[in-house]
Design a protein around this ligand. Sequence first.
Ligand SMILES: Cc1cc2nc3c(=O)[nH]c(=O)nc-3n(C[C@H](O)[C@H](O)[C@H](O)COP(=O)(O)OP(=O)(O)OC[C@H]3O[C@@H](n4cnc5c(N)ncnc54)[C@H](O)[C@@H]3O)c2cc1C
Length: 216
Amino acid sequence: MKKTKHTVFEIINLTSGTFILRLDRNNFEFEAGQYVILRVPGHKEGREYSIYSGTADNYLDFLIREIPEGHFSGYLRNLAPGSELVVEGPCGFFIPDQRTMLGTPSVFIATGTGISPFHSYVKSYPGLNYTVLHGVKYSSESCGREAFISGKQTICSTQDSKGDFKGRVTGYLEKSGIDKNAVYYLCGNANMIDEVSTLLENSEIKPENIRSEVYF
Ligand SMILES: Cc1cc2nc3c(=O)[nH]c(=O)nc-3n(C[C@H](O)[C@H](O)[C@H](O)COP(=O)(O)OP(=O)(O)OC[C@H]3O[C@@H](n4cnc5c(N)ncnc54)[C@H](O)[C@@H]3O)c2cc1C
């Protein structure tokens, strides 16, 4: 797999738990929705991260949750501008498919930093016919709102009432109803993906209309 070296431009702290890691682009080519493996030069250990920025941006952004007990995410948060990282990839096929590109209604469903590929989709292809559901604990964790067209994004927050819906994305889908003509894209933790997939399949959405990317 292709490996390129990139310089850290800056760490942009968004909340106590999340930050954007911004690297120079260094001619790196990718498709919206793909991920890379980030590694420290000279070390074997690496982790996968979806690209948060758009394909036309002249930098590479990653939206990262710092896991308190984790090894790698905390290390990334403390990198100084000018540090180098190895970017391996691009990897993955979680890109908008032909139907979505041609205007079929598409529903993007994320938990936490799983919003990242969808942020890249809408920055790269502003004309998509989409709605997005973002499941978070607190509404203040709903990063990247400015990239989504007003009214197309629903924040589902479980721990406060300041989002658009109090509860989980599954609760919102049960309440709002399922669009049987849409293509569904799910990204985030495996539990959410399992539960939403079951809900959609029980609502007669065919498996080929449900696409997913599992983070952990
Ligand atoms: C295809 C793919 C794309 C990914 N993209 C992103 C991304 O864009 N942003 C991002 O923050 N992470 C992303 N991840 C997760 C990332 O690769 C790391 O697992 C994460 O940063 C934790 O690494 P760590 O070394 O700090 O913790 P580790 O020591 O590896 O893990 C500690 C614990 O944290 C859990 N964990 C991992 N990720 C998360 C998370 N996001 N939220 C809550 N718990 C978690 C693990 O299950 C484990 O139990 C992605 C994973 C995959 C497979």
